[in-house]
Design a protein around this ligand. Sequence first.
Ligand SMILES: *Cc1c(COP(=O)(O)O)cnc(C)c1O
Length: 425
Amino acid sequence: MKTLLQTKFNISSEIINFSDEILAKIQPRIDQIKNITKYNQLKVLSAFQNNRVSDTHFGTTTGYGYDDAGREVIDSIYAEVFGSEDALVRHNIISGTHAISLCLFGVLRPGDTVVSVTGKPYDTLEEVIGIRGEGCGSLKDFGINYKQVDLIDGMVDHNKIMLTIDRNTKAIMIQKSKGYDFRPSLTNVQIGEIIADVKKINPNIICIVDNCYGEFVERDEPSNYGADLVAGSLIKNPGGGLAPTGGYIVGKKSLIELVAYKLNSVGLGKHVGATLGFNRQILQGVFMAPHTVGESMVTALFCGAIFESLGFEVSPKTDEYRSDIIQAIKFGTEDGVIRFCQGIQKGAPIDSFVMPYPWDMPGYNHQVIMAAGAFTQGASIELSADAPIKEPYIAYMQGGLTFDSAYVGILLAMQNLLDNKIIKL
Ligand SMILES: *Cc1c(COP(=O)(O)O)cnc(C)c1O
């Protein structure tokens, strides 16, 4: 194997030796990840059996999509796995942003206030809320107010949350994952503490969790801790690398109904919508998801440990608890993040021969470089790395369908940094 790394990928023996030492050091942590994978796999398998999944659920519907048994069984499995009353899992929820946007537009009404309690939400939600842009039909344009409780040193400010919530507060938003921030991701226990606080003030406040990158990372999900609506993308964790597109929302039955009204039409709800043959991939995807997420977790751990050993600040640190699949590395220089991302690209099964450069990505207000060589366009459950081109030059790496392949990407990123004298071994 060592010789293949050298002969097929031009990785130097010093990098191979360095990474072997790191791998040996993190073995106990890898074992912990494997235990979570096993636990979640049993949870998913049991949901498949309880829902009596069979070949008939792989069939397709067209037109209105009435009586689509596969669609119904997918919703039921998601509800069971996530510990929620109901679910809406659809190929035509086009992304995580769309899923979260549906939650907000589904439950908020003019005059309501929504409070983001984990600071500035993910970049693409700024236009949904109306923090950026005008006259596009944002929440703000519909008379829905927005407040934000900033994090203090990356931690949730419980006191400020209690002071910010008032009679008009209809919902709060919690972002589990760090996203493009250098802060610890929230654990489900911490999410539960926020929800408990908020419900003490008013039990009717709807607690919405952006769960992107958080699924199957811990033994539980935010819905197990009282979240009313939880949303994410199928080209991240729960699609298992197999769902070709889609999003999901799980939560309270009455709220899922309102969200389905927004996705489809008021009055139509969730029992319509042709699935066009995607049911099998969505089902196989969620079945594979605990395993795929486990591979991504080992990849993130390995990458973090490598760059921590090389003297970079990383988040999470090697010994820290992990609650999402993201590994952030603070390179501190533009050259550093660019070389890292370009190296990751070289390890991809798809498009390994192309060179990524920073570009003006729609929805973001600064340039971004993205390394992705994926079977599914933009799928970040596949090995990918992104970096906003701004101080302090942090690269965010996530995904990896199989660790054995993602490992090559990380070694190539190291090699690229070494060859350009950004790191020394
Ligand atoms: C990816 C992500 C989103 C948005 O998802 P898209 O599928 O890219 O629209 C929102 N929040 C977080 C934390 C994310 O990681």
